[in-house]
Design a protein around this ligand. Structure first.
Ligand SMILES: [Zn+2]
Length: 68
């Protein structure tokens, strides 16, 4: 298989706290390998929330001309 190369740009994806709406959620533990649960907490109000199979903040890559 030949290599296929494509230019991409990195974007940062954050999740705003559902409780206070101001703080960013940040992962505060390791992912549970069975359930995919990752515990997060708000950096401002300490609200806890669990996401599955995705952590915040994270860096995604999109096509160079793709709009965010
Ligand atoms: Zn909050």
């Amino acid at each position: 298989m030949p290599e296929v190369k494509q230019e991409v740009k990195p974007i940062e994806v954050n999740y705003l706290c559902d409780s206070c709406g101001k703080g960013m959620m940040a992962s505060c533990g390791d992912m549970d390998a069975t359930t995919g649960d990752i515990e997060h907490r708000c950096l401002i109000c300490d609200h806890r929330q669990t996401f599955q199979w995705r952590a915040y903040p994270r860096i995604d890559h999109i096509d160079i001309d793709e709009k965010i």
